[in-house]
Design a protein around this ligand. Structure first.
Ligand SMILES: [Zn+2]
Length: 287
């Protein structure tokens, strides 16, 4: 399942092809993904210009010039690929294994200038919606979405205020999407290790200094993943223009029984289960 860094990487990959471009045609090849497509989907998009491609939590937001926003969610297995007019002139360039999955190409956006952006989703847990931009924050999809972990909104003071006197574990509080949006299991484990904080501690027990350190390390972990995705993205574009998932090397995630990577620690990465999810951490340097 794509986590926030993957979605942000996809956004950065799609933005040059989509921003400022007029949509000249839309083909939805089935009536639904996880949910039905919006009524008159193709008609409402055709002729519109994409003013900006943004992101909120794990949703991509294409702001249209008529005040509506095309909201796109990748679900479990969604990906986009961009084909330019030049690629189309050389069809041989696309005779690679990925083309076997053409049955999972569900939506194609044709853009002015000749590029086509295609949405592929084998498991169809993704979805698309059209929502007036002015009502976005109040919409049921976004009403309870917490603070963005990237950018300046999240700092130690905000984090400490969000956690208040919560007795729930630090791990569970960080995964609570109503508090912070888009942080998944992998990046929570990584940020806690980097900050030297135990996932088992009560969220409300953080000192100001610890909260400041954790807020900074959340951002670093996400930005490193995005940077690594960016390099993968360049490789992908050379291959087939696909913008999707990437493997990233993690310090503790999925490294049970391996030596702790903290210099001089000498501990071993342990796995415990918290609220049904695996937590990877080092009991020696995470306090
Ligand atoms: Zn350690």
């Amino acid at each position: 399942m794509p986590e926030l860094p993957e979605v942000e990487t996809v956004r950065r990959g799609l933005a040059p092809a989509m921003e400022g471009r007029r949509i000249v045609g839309v083909e939805a090849r089935r009536p639904d993904l996880r949910f039905p497509f919006p009524e008159r989907f193709a008609e409402r998009l055709t002729g519109r210009t994409i003013a900006a491609l943004g992101r909120r939590a794990k949703y991509l937001l294409a702001d249209l010039d008529d005040g509506e926003t095309l909201v796109m969610h990748l679900g479990m297995s969604g990906s986009f690929r961009v084909e330019t007019a030049t690629d189309a002139a050389a069809p041989g360039a696309f005779h690679h294994p990925r083309s076997k999955a053409a049955t999972h190409d569900h939506v194609a956006f044709r853009l002015e200038g000749g590029a086509t952006v295609t949405y592929n989703d084998p498991r169809r847990f993704g979805f698309m919606a059209l929502i007036p931009r002015a009502g976005l924050e109040a919409h049921p999809l976004f009403r309870h979405v917490g603070l963005e972990p990237l950018g300046n909104a999240l700092d130690g003071a905000r984090l400490k205020a969000l956690f208040g006197a919560k007795k729930t574990s630090l791990k569970a509080a960080l995964l609570d999407q109503r508090l912070i949006a888009g942080l998944g299991n992998i990046y929570v484990c990584e940020a806690l290790h980097r900050a030297g904080l135990s996932p088992l501690r009560a969220a409300g027990s953080l000192t100001e200094a610890e909260a400041e350190r954790l807020a900074g390390d959340i951002r670093v972990v996400l930005e490193e993943a995005i940077a690594s995705g960016g390099s993968t993205l360049r490789d992908f574009s050379h291959a087939d223009g696909a913008l999707g998932y990437f493997q990233h090397s993690f310090r503790v995630y999925d490294r049970e029984d391996e030596p702790c990577p903290t210099p001089g620690c000498g501990g071993v990465v342990e796995r415990v289960v918290q609220t049904g999810r695996s937590t990877f951490f080092c009991a020696r340097c995470q306090r």
